[in-house]
Design a protein around this ligand. Structure first.
Ligand SMILES: [Fe+2]
Length: 142
């Protein structure tokens, strides 16, 4: 989360305040929130940088990670749109599309696990750290 906030701060965008949960405490924090158009531009800027990388595993990993970010942004955007529309069929379809974006995240995560040999291990380490920190159990489907 803080990496994401750092990225947002470095984009030199309009100032805003957001509530951020630090452990169990909710704090008010001054950060710059990008407009959706700027988020899309940032993805294209990052893709431009990745394009300059030599072909190979590292470039493929960078593209998959960026694609996952794009899918999360798309899913969030469709959910926000669904909240705002009044027509129930438009709302239903937007939520359906948001869920399809989440399936795309699953597809890309699956590929990343195959391309990045450390992805799975790091994910498991992260889960263990959170379970130790919070006392949470593994989700029931794992
Ligand atoms: Fe998608």
């Amino acid at each position: 989360m803080s990496d994401y906030l750092d990225t947002l701060k470095n984009l030199n965008l309009r100032p805003n305040k957001v509530k951020v949960k630090e452990h169990t405490e909710e704090i008010l924090m001054e950060v710059d929130i990008p407009e959706p158009k700027q988020i899309l531009q940032e993805l294209f800027i990052q893709m431009g940088e990745i394009s300059n990388m030599p072909s190979g595993k590292r470039k493929d990993m960078a593209i998959l990670r960026l694609a996952i970010i794009a899918e999360y942004d798309a899913a969030s955007l469709y959910e926000k749109m669904a909240e705002e529309v009044s027509d129930k069929n438009v709302k239903k379809t937007l939520l359906h599309i948001a869920n399809e974006e989440k399936v795309h995240i699953g597809e890309l995560e699956f590929l990343l696990e195959h391309v990045d040999p450390e992805h799975e291990t790091n994910e498991e380490k992260g889960e263990e750290e959170v379970m130790d920190l919070t006392g949470l159990d593994a989700p029931p489907n794992e």
